[in-house]
Every structure is written in structure tokens, then in C-alpha cells.
Design a protein. Sequence first.
Length: 189
Amino acid sequence: MKSVYYKGLIIDRQHLSANERIVYSFLVYSAICDSEDSWDKETGDFDDIELMERDDIHLPFAYFDDRMRFCYGNKIAKVTGVSQPSVSRAVNKLISKNLVNVYNQTVKHKGIYEYGYFTLELESGLSGELLIFYSWLKDIIGDNTYIFANREKLAEMYGVAMKDVRDYLRRLKLVGKITRDENMRLIIN
């Protein structure tokens, strides 16, 4: 299973930290992929209507032990790059916010899938918000090699303050993930 991030969580972060949003995306994605009612395994498409009619989706049974305790934290940590203790804290926060229900073994999707998703660039070695931002930039460029946008436009599109985007870009430049060419286009490595 791949680690994805739903674009709906860029629009509405739901007062969750970056790691909590990564875990939440993973849980929603794995629940959708496991649902025979909403996911067509042959075509790789999901049924929007089926998902819209339900507020929550059943998580795979393997995520819980026989006492209905969530026990899939190690696997999530391996797939998402989020540490196992952070996964545990994230799951507890999602439970406290009623986004995960361990008794019904469900996750509320809150429509985060509606805008699609992008794959997290785990091989980049980044983590948290910087991983999400870098993966989002990679998704924006698609097959191109650069982005012609200023920090203000990126901040508006990503839904954060310009000072945050300035910080993200500075940190990405320090680790060699981005550069600017002579025309000030943002090159994503």
C-alpha cells in the first residue's frame, strides 16, 4: 500500500498536526481500498456516490486485535514514515476527535478524498509538514521541471501564511530539494 495525502486536508487541516494528517490520510485511503462497496479493484476507481452516502468507512479488520484495540501502528509507521510513537499519538487524537471509532472499527472520511490525493515522497528523507509541502510541490509540477510562482501564490494555494512558505522553501533549499534558475523559476529536484 502506498502512502498518500489527500488534497482535502490542504484545504481543511481540521486542527491536526502534520503527522496526524498523514496518518489520517493513510487510514482513509486504506479503508477506501479495502471497501468492496466503494472501491473497484479491477479498474482502480472508487464510487463517489457510495462514499458520499456514508460518513464513515470500515477500517480493515487486521487493524484491530481480538479486544478491539487498534494494533496496526507498526505497519502504518513503516508505510508512512511517521514514527511508531507518533502514529500512536495520532490515532489517539483521531479517536478523541471522533474521526476514528474503535468500537465500530470505522474512520470518518469528511469528504477529504473529493479533491484527489498525491503520493508522499518518502524517499526524500523529509518528514512532517515539510514532507507534505515537498510532495505537494512535486504533484503540482507533474511532468514539468519547474514552477513559475512566487511565495505569495504558493502560500495562497497551500493555505498557510507566506512566512511559513518562506520557511519551507528555505529548509528545502538547505537540503538540496529545490533551487531557483536565472529566471527565478522554482526547480524541484
